[in-house]
Design a binder for this molecule. Structure first.
Ligand code: UDP
Ligand code: MG
Length: 342
């Protein structure tokens, strides 16, 4: 508990690395970035910590990168990781996590839906010894009814299917301690369902409630198709239950077919063999056919993911990085640091 506090104090003095890294994935957010930076800076001011703010440009097609560079001229704490193309938010966040150097890392959206002012509370919780401080949406009133209902159904399904407890109502807005970040960095899977990965690493976890605001500018980048894809990723990355389900359905239908076969044999022996039963035949064939297709589809989902993993491609590619140069004044004795880390 206290080691966190002492670490951050030490690094504040030594400034060999920032205490806090704020990671901001950016896709076409140029309209709102200046206001975002203003509010973030205001929130960070009260903390008086060494901070780096890493914007990860996820292949924006507007002038987001220019706005970030402009902000960088004004604020030397800003760094930019410019990805070679759009890789999606999950990978943009992963790129930020890989490059972050802070003792704690905060993940926050650029659209001001996650209020930067919450960071103060998150840091307080971290100093109390929590490794993962997840912000939980107190209400989802800014979401459409469809998004609320589908999210609730999905989380219920996921918690039922998955052995890892993935809490509902929390997203990427969170603080991670250095050891949680280091653990997360070891998970190099390509299909990244981040909420599941955060849950998988465990450690001391706390949820703080917050009110999610409406977007400051621009539109959400999650059309229904993408959300559905994310849901399938979430389930297949964290549960093999659908595979098992296919086997169970197979078993049950096989048992049913066996019993039905017996019935037919007995019936034929007792009543002879009139040419009948066409509807029953059709129903059986179509039912079994669709169950088989479903099972093959489920297999395909997992096989596809294995295919992607076996290629072992890098998760993302970086066009350029420009991290804040760290001021490296007089270093504290490293032996003290090491002793405290242990
Ligand atoms: N984002 C990104 N890549 C994407 C989609 C989104 O980097 O492919 C960023 C986006 O710029 C924002 C954050 O991720 O900072 C959240 O995106 P959005 O607001 O569209 O998601 P929502 O709030 O609707 O879940
Ligand atoms: Mg948003």
């Amino acid at each position: 508990m206290t080691s966190h506090f002492i670490n951050s104090q030490l690094s504040s003095n030594a400034a060999s690395h920032p205490t806090l890294s704020v990671i901001v994935p950016v896709l076409n957010e140029s309209e709102g970035l200046i206001e975002f930076h203003r509010r973030l800076s205001g929130a960070l001011e009260s903390l008086a910590l060494d901070v780096e703010i890493l914007f990860v440009n996820d292949g924006s097609s507007d002038d987001s990168i220019d706005v970030i560079k402009m902000l960088q001229h004004k604020d030397c704490r800003i760094g930019v990781i410019d990805l070679s193309r759009r890789f999606g938010k999950e990978l943009a966040v992963s790129a930020g996590i890989d490059h972050a150097r802070g003792d704690a890392v905060v993940l926050i959206d650029a659209d001001l839906q996650d209020p930067p002012e919450c960071i103060v509370e998150m840091v307080k919780a971290w100093r109390k010894g929590f490794d993962v401080v997840a912000m939980q949406r107190a209400d989802r009133s800014v979401d459409t009814l469809f998004k609320r209902v589908s999210a609730s159904v999905f989380y219920r399904l996921l918690s039922w299917l998955s052995p890892v407890n993935i809490p509902p109502g929390v997203g990427d807005f969170r603080l991670l301690s250095r050891r949680a970040v280091d653990a997360l960095k070891q998970l190099r899977e390509r299909n990244r369902y981040m909420k599941g990965l955060y849950a998988w690493v465990g450690f001391n976890y706390i949820e703080l409630p917050y009110r999610r605001e409406a977007r400051h500018a621009g539109d959400s980048k999650w059309p229904i198709g993408k959300l559905l894809g994310l849901a399938v990723d979430g389930i297949t990355s964290f549960s093999i239950a659908p595979l098992r389900l296919a086997s169970y359905i197979g078993l049950i239908t096989a048992l049913g077919a066996f019993v039905y076969g017996l019935v037919i044999v007995v019936k034929t022996m007792v009543y002879g063999d009139p040419v009948a039963g066409f509807p029953a035949l059709m129903v059986t064939i179509t039912f079994l056919g669709s169950v088989q297709l479903l099972a093959i589809g489920v297999l395909g989902e997992y096989l596809g993911r294995m295919f992607v993993e076996t290629k072992r491609r890098p998760m993302y590619l970086v066009r350029s990085t420009n991290l804040p140069t760290l001021p490296l004044p007089v270093q504290e004795s490293t032996s003290t640091m090491a002793a405290i880390h242990v």
